[in-house]
Design a protein around this ligand. Structure first.
Ligand code: PLP
Length: 453
């Protein structure tokens, strides 16, 4: 085993050979990167012997916590009986059929069919291809524009990045024609004097304005995350999604809920669509579907689109070698057992409120904390240079990065999005671990305040 070779310089080898995702490689190796060597429950261990509280559940994905025997056993059993077979040419495997049946039974509304892929990005790509194929089949090929939102994140394939609203990604080859964006329901940042409810309606109405500008006849679909995660955990006011539902219906525009983060209990219900009253035509799922133990994603397809794809389109020229990988599907089934048996969505709702109350008590009055927001076990601490006027820091992102580093120094993983500290711990986190998380976050924010004021 390589990790027995104590003298091997992992950091040097990483710098020499490994290109990291979403990283500036020039600055990445100015300090020694941490090598994560193990994990258990909500804690990671690194090569220096630190025990780090993972306030991000990996990348929003390790819902059931690390080290779950049930998932390891499910993978082992499936690897032994059938490690791989594809689902292309009139074949399937039992795990993929069982998972399709299970997911569609769990899902809200009429999402009665499932298509599988490996990553959230591929699921989004698939949903967009399905939406456009639907309109082409219906004889309306001009309905092809996809409307997303600023600060939306829908993955890193070119279609997903174009649908997302991250301008840095657009600049690097992902600005495509027939993609457009509207404002996010970011009350803290853009709400001004409006109440959250007023602002929710206002933000949703921007879609109506965009539709008037482009023409409903040219728009295939609107895509949105129930909560914009990578955009800074932007939790929409209650009024937002019902209005988006109405606008999409009235303009005959398909609605895609990107539940890659929100799905599988994170918001306190199994799906974000249930928490916010969204009625999607298509839903993308990943991350929590296997708690990140193995890559898998899915698109759930509502009857309207499925009927056309099944009965009218003919062959849908799309799929992946690992669509419905049997080992990944077996792990997903074991993961769903845990989510349901341990009632993790309900637990997320309960523990999220506990976490929020403790954060409010520790940090609510802090001069640099503008807003603490959460639903279930996803939330954010918005740092501000002026609490009263909700002013952003001058150089956006600098303070957030400092705070993220202080979190790491305190053995806590929290992610910084601009100057907002976001969290999404495993849904299994205990009250004692929440106390630890809040204590570490408080130390990090105080150290950041001392450093920047
Ligand atoms: N959609 C959403 C809402 C996401 O948050 C992400 C990843 O964070 C993706 C899609 C892309 O998923 P992946 O990184 O698995 O491709």
């Amino acid at each position: 085993m390589l990790d027995d070779i104590a003298t091997f310089d992992w950091q040097a080898a990483d710098a020499a050979y490994h290109l990291h995702p979403f990283s500036d490689h020039k600055t990445l190796h100015q300090e020694k990167i941490r090598i994560i060597t193990g994990a258990d429950g909500v804690f990671l261990t690194d090569d220096r012997g630190n025990r780090i509280l993972d306030g991000m559940a990996g990348l929003w994905c390790v819902a059931v916590g690390y080290g779950r025997r049930e998932l390891i056993d499910a993978a082992t059993r499936q690897m032994q009986s059938l490690p791989f077979y594809n689902t292309f040419f009139k074949t399937a495997t039992r795990p993929v059929i069982a998972l399709a049946e299970r997911l569609t039974a769990m899902a809200p509304g009429d999402l009665n069919h499932a298509f599988f892929a490996c990553s959230g990005s591929e699921a989004v790509d698939t949903a967009l291809r399905m939406a456009r194929t639907y309109w082409i089949t219906k004889g309306k090929p001009e309905k092809r524009v996809i409307v997303g939102r600023e600060y939306g994140y829908h993955g890193s394939t070119t279609l997903g990045a174009a649908a997302g609203g991250m301008v840095d990604m657009h600049r690097q080859g992902a600005r495509l024609p027939d993609f457009d964006h509207v404002m996010p329901p970011y009350w803290y940042g853009y709400g001004g004097q409006m109440s959250p409810e007023e602002f929710g309606l206002y933000a949703a109405k921007q879609l109506e304005t965009k539709i008037k500008e482009i023409g409903a006849d040219n728009i295939a679909a609107f895509i949105g995350e129930p909560i914009q995660g990578a955009g800074g955990v932007l939790i929409p006011p209650e009024t937002y999604w019902p209005e988006i539902n109405r606008i999409c219906r009235e303009n005959d525009i398909l609605l895609i809920a990107d539940e890659v983060i929100c799905g599988f209990g994170r918001t306190g219900r199994m799906f974000g669509a249930e928490t916010f009253g969204i009625t999607p035509d298509l839903m993308t799922l990943a991350k929590g579907i296997t708690s990140g133990y193995i890559p898998l994603s899915a698109v759930l397809v509502g009857d309207r689109v499925a009927d056309v794809l099944i009965n009218e389109t003919g062959e849908f020229y799309h799929g992946f070698t690992y669509s419905g990988h049997p080992v990944a599907c077996a792990v997903a089934l074991a993961n769903l057992d845990i989510l349901e048996n341990e009632k993790l969505p309900e637990r997320a709702a309960r523990m999220g409120d506990v976490l929020r109350a403790k954060l409010d008590a520790a940090l609510g009055d802090h001069p640099m904390v503008g807003e603490i927001r959460h639903i279930g076990l996803i939330g954010a601490i918005e740092l501000t240079s002026d609490k009263r006027t909700r002013r952003f820091f001058e150089k956006r992102g600098r303070v957030g990065t400092i705070c993220r580093d202080h979190c790491f120094a305190n053995n806590l993983v929290m992610r910084a999005v601009r100057d907002t500290m976001v969290f999404s711990p495993p849904l299994t986190i205990s009250e004692a671990e929440i106390d630890e998380m809040v204590a570490r976050a408080t130390r990090a924010i105080e150290a950041t305040y001392d450093a920047v004021r």
